[in-house]
Each structure stands twice: as C-alpha cells, then as structure tokens.
Design a protein around this ligand. Structure first.
Ligand code: IMP
Length: 183
C-alpha cells in the first residue's frame, strides 16, 4: 500500500488496492461467463482506464482482444461538457463484434453516452459498458452501465488511472483530494 498520508494534498482513501482487485476479479469472472462463445473486444478509454483494463483483462479467463480510444470532453477543470472529440480512434473494425467499453468512472455519463452512440453507428453485434466507478448523483444521462465496480459519492477522486492535472494516476488506491488541491 502506498503511503497516501505522505501526500499532503490527498484527503482520504475511498477504495483500497485490495478492494479494487477483488472487485475486478469478480467482474472478470462474470464477464467470462456472460461472453461464453462470443467475439469479445475490450475498448479502453485513454488514459484513465489503463489500470482497469490491465487488471480486468487479466481477470477474464477467455480470449479477448483490446483496443483503445482517446476522447476529449470539452470543458474546464473538473467538469465534463458532453461535447466530445476523438483524439485517437480504434485500430479495429467493430462491425459484428461484441464490444465492451472499459471505463474508469461514469460521472455525468455525457462522454460515455456519446461514445456508445458513436460505436453503435459502426455496426457491432453488441455494445456494453464496464466501469470501475460510478457516481449516481452526478449522472445527467440515462445510461446503463452493465458492470459497475463501486458506486461512489459525487466528489472528485484520483488514483488507479484517474488524474487531477495528470497527477496521481499511479496511485494504487482511489482517494479523494483535499480542498487545497482541488481549487
Ligand atoms: P463524464 O462525461 O462526466 O461521465 O466524465 C468522463 C470522464 O471525466 C471520465 O472518464 C474521467 O476521465 C473524467 N472524470 C470524471 N470524474 C472524475 C474524477 O472524479 N476524477 C478524475 N477524473 C474524472
């Protein structure tokens, strides 16, 4: 366990490394069963989903392929706007594939609902969503997240891929930021 208390601008640990890994192991088992006989393509959303993808993919006990998209949601600071631009598109043709989007967090849901619509327009067999975190009180779009790790309060979190100004992605746990760091 990393020493969060030595980072002055972190507030408290919300989810420990053990809890994250246990949760992703269970999620991977469920996905293994649900996609039996299917042509599964995991689509990770850069950069935040890198850690989730690495541990979730290894918890899935069947053949999977991985691809990545990078999108930018126009907005300022810690707020999402829903206007999305593709920075890096998939290398894979998803037509006829079973696509599972792998996300770090569903906050307002604006980015993800745009992404689901975009991928659906490419003719896949199915598009589903797996997210480590979801903030039910922040959601502005009706969006079905098929696999959810943890529902968390509507506060800004970092770690395990999630950043604040590109920092904290390598933290092993999920933590909240102190007031000072957030302003
Ligand atoms: P949404 O469009 O509001 O659902 O937000 C989508 C993206 O915003 C996520 O994939 C994250 O990259 C980022 N984001 C949302 N909430 C947080 C947070 O608490 N910490 C770090 N990044 C976040």
């Amino acid at each position: 366990m990393q020493r969060v208390e030595s980072e002055v601008d972190l507030d408290q640990i919300l989810i420990t490394e053990d809890e994250i890994l246990g949760c992703l192991a269970r999620m991977g088992k469920q996905i293994t069963a649900d996609y039996d006989g299917k042509d599964l393509l995991l689509v990770g959303v850069l950069k935040g989903a890198v850690m989730v993808m690495a541990d979730l993919a290894r918890a899935i006990d069947r053949h999977v392929e991985m691809d990545w998209m990078a999108v930018s949601s126009y907005g300022s600071g810690t707020k999402s706007s829903g206007v999305v631009r593709i920075l890096k598109d998939l290398d894979t043709d998803v037509a006829g594939r079973d696509v599972l989007i792998v996300e770090d967090v569903v906050d307002t849901g604006l980015t993800l609902s745009w992404l689901v619509a975009n991928l659906r327009s490419r003719g896949p067999s199915s598009v589903r969503i797996a997210s480590l975190l979801r903030k039910p009180d922040a959601m502005q779009m009706e969006i079905d997240v098929d696999y959810v790790g943890f529902d968390i309060p509507n506060s800004f979190v970092v770690g395990y891929g999630l950043d604040y100004g590109e920092r904290y992605r390598n933290l092993r746990c999920i933590a909240t930021l102190g007031e000072q760091a957030h302003e």
